[in-house]
Design a binder for this molecule. Structure first.
Ligand SMILES: Nc1ncnc2c1ncn2[C@@H]1O[C@H](COP(=O)(O)OP(=O)(O)OP(=O)(O)O)[C@@H](O)[C@H]1O
Length: 582
């Protein structure tokens, strides 16, 4: 039910425009009735050859209604779409504000195509709720009342025929089709979303699909979903067309009944013959108000399904709830994990199991471990993407739960192997870290990250576009851009999460110097598979399946026959092999 009514509170602040749109819509239908009725009356009167002057008022009436109909239709479309688009833009903002706190924890389960569909198509579908669901019944009631009163002046039975026709075409027929089309709108929305996700996934993985010879079977899957969608849409179109046709029949039937009653009344001398055509055509054209009602069930079902998908996101609980914020002194930036336990969901195993370590202000700690050991989970907790289950995490002596996510993030600079580079200019990519930074600051940060000289060689310098995901940059340049961002942000805590992963040894050695500079004066957490550079760490934590299995300085750990020793051995042997002559 909520999916049907949720838009109403959003309409209330725009009640003036909504009311005006309803009035204009009623005026359009009324003008149509007026045009047909006066035209019929004019023909009937003209057939009796009265003096032309007697017809003048009716001629003016035909012109008046003709013009009013066109103008009011235009203004009505303008006003109703204006109010609808205002509401749509409010929904978009509201939706974005609601999903922002859900990122990334609650959004991970959604495919990007599905999320995109919710943001774009499901929001767009909401325009039908006012234009095609709420407005038409109200206009129909106003027209029924107005024209019904007009007919009552001639004979109450005309009004009764009109009311019966409206009841049939406006209530009974839509209700029957509502039952017949139950679930179709929801299925169409769900299938469209599924198709979009499937196509987007396939396009992104097209190389793998071709390489593994799976393109044809994938395409078959897409075709199947498409076929299901086509069947549902065909059924929906068939029902809509049938419902419109039956509504048309109800309109014609009402006109015929009015005509029959009119003829009887004319014969009895209780109605002038010139009014016959006017009453019949007026009745027929009053059904214009009812034609949109035939599609109300279809649009209602679709808007409800789309609204439910939006509400699912709007009402989702963020993984981390922001508490009242503290004011902290960034100079005091120490970091500590005390017996922290964390799992991604209730049934999952512990990703971190009683993990403890601490980094004093400007200290350096390294975390190593095999894939899946829980290294990135430590970062996820520090950035407040997720909340931990047990223990305590402290930033600058305060529980991290006392910080809002924004505050926690503002204290931490992160360089990861997956740093996202936006399809924008170098300047815009840098400003992400500090939107208010001036040119001098940007240049200084890039000089410190050893990126400035490269930027100078580009024809457009800082205004150069770097392409999607920064594809116009090399791996080393992308990492340098990430480092420049952190220099710009100048956060007191630094996290290097596999920052050197994927770089060749020469680039790695070059970038390492910039990373060392970045670490100076910052509380640093280094997460890595590579042991290079860990000699300078105050402490190294070795994680295995979420548990701390070894800890100590590099010089201590290589003495102990454990995971670190093995990893060191392997790294050392690889280095020797790489440098020995073949
Ligand atoms: N978003 C997630 N939802 C559910 N489980 C997750 C999620 N991210 C990680 N995990 C699980 O938590 C555990 C720890 O993962 P984590 O990413 O922290 O390991 P890692 O040491 O960083 O691995 P890698 O070096 O491969 O990045 C793994 O078992 C992983 O499957």
């Amino acid at each position: 039910m909520k999916g049907k009514t949720w838009l109403i509170p959003m309409l209330l602040p725009h009640w003036r425009r909504v009311f005006l749109a309803l009035l204009l819509s009623t005026l359009t239908v009324t003008s149509h009735i007026g045009l047909m009725a006066t035209a019929a009356y004019l023909l009937a009167r003209a057939a009796l050859h009265p003096p032309v002057l007697d017809l003048m008022v009716t001629i003016v009436g035909v012109r008046f209604f003709g013009i009013t109909r066109a103008v009011s239709r235009y203004v009505e479309r303008y006003v109703s779409h204006d109010v609808t688009f205002r509401i749509l833009s409010e929904i978009r903002v509201k939706f974005y504000q609601s999903i922002e706190p859900l990122a990334p924890a609650r959004l991970r389960n959604l495919r990007s195509a599905d999320l995109l569909r919710r943001i774009v198509a499901d929001v767009e579908t909401q325009q039908n709720l006012f234009l095609r669901v709420l407005a038409p019944p109200l206009v129909a009631v106003l027209v029924l009342t107005g024209y019904g009163l007009f007919l009552a002046r001639f004979d109450l039975r005309f009004s009764a025929i009109l009311a019966a026709g409206f009841l049939m075409a406006g209530l009974i027929i839509p209700w029957i089709f509502h039952i017949l089309s139950k679930g179709i709108g929801g299925r169409v929305i769900a299938l469209k979303a599924k198709l979009m996700v499937r196509v987007a996934d396939g396009l992104m993985g097209i190389t793998e699909l071709i390489a593994y010879g799976q393109a044809e079977s994938y395409l078959k899957d897409v075709r199947e979903i498409n076929e299901q969608l086509r069947k549902e849409q065909r059924r929906s179109a068939w029902l809509s067309a049938l419902s419109s046709a039956i509504t048309g029949m109800a309109a014609n039937l009402s006109m015929v009944l009015v005509l029959i009653l009119g003829i009887v009344l004319v014969e009895k001398g209780r109605l002038s013959g010139v009014n016959l055509g006017m009453l019949a055509l007026g009745t027929l054209s009053s059904f214009e108000a009812l034609f949109p009602l035939a599609l109300v069930p279809h649009h209602l079902e679709e808007s409800r399904a789309a609204a439910n998908r939006l509400l699912e996101m709007l009402e989702a609980e963020p993984a981390v709830k922001d508490q009242a914020s503290l004011t902290v002194n960034p100079q005091e930036m120490s970091l500590a994990f005390h017996d922290v336990c964390f799992k991604y969901d209730e049934k999952a195993p512990w990703a971190l199991d009683h993990v403890s370590f601490s980094i004093p202000r400007q200290g350096k700690v390294g975390i190593v471990g095999a894939s899946g050991a829980g290294k990135t989970s430590v970062v996820n907790l520090l950035l407040r993407f997720w909340d931990y289950n047990e223990g305590r995490i402290e930033l600058g002596g305060h529980s991290i739960r006392d910080y809002s996510q924004d505050e926690a993030c503002s204290l931490i600079g992160v360089v990861t192997q997956r740093t996202h580079i936006f399809n924008a200019t170098i300047r815009e990519n840098l400003l992400l870290a500090k939107p208010e930074a001036g040119d001098e600051e940007l240049v200084l940060a890039c000089k410190r990250a050893k990126l400035h000289d490269f930027i100078q060689t580009l024809p457009k310098g800082y205004e150069s576009f770097v392409g999607e995901g920064g594809f116009k940059l090399s791996g080393g340049q992308r990492q340098r851009l990430a480092i420049a961002r952190v220099f710009l942000k100048n956060a007191p805590i630094l996290i290097l999460d596999e920052a050197m992963e994927g770089l060749d040894p020469i680039t790695e050695a070059e970038v390492m110097a910039e990373v060392d500079r970045l670490m100076e004066g910052r509380t640093t957490l280094v997460i890595t598979h590579h042991l290079a550079g860990l000699e300078s760490m105050d402490e190294i934590i070795v994680l295995d399946q979420g548990r701390v299995v070894e800890r100590g300085k590099h010089s201590e750990l290589i003495q102990y026959p454990g995971f670190y020793h093995k990893l060191w051995d392997r790294t050392f042997t690889r280095r020797v092999q790489a440098h020995s002559p073949t």
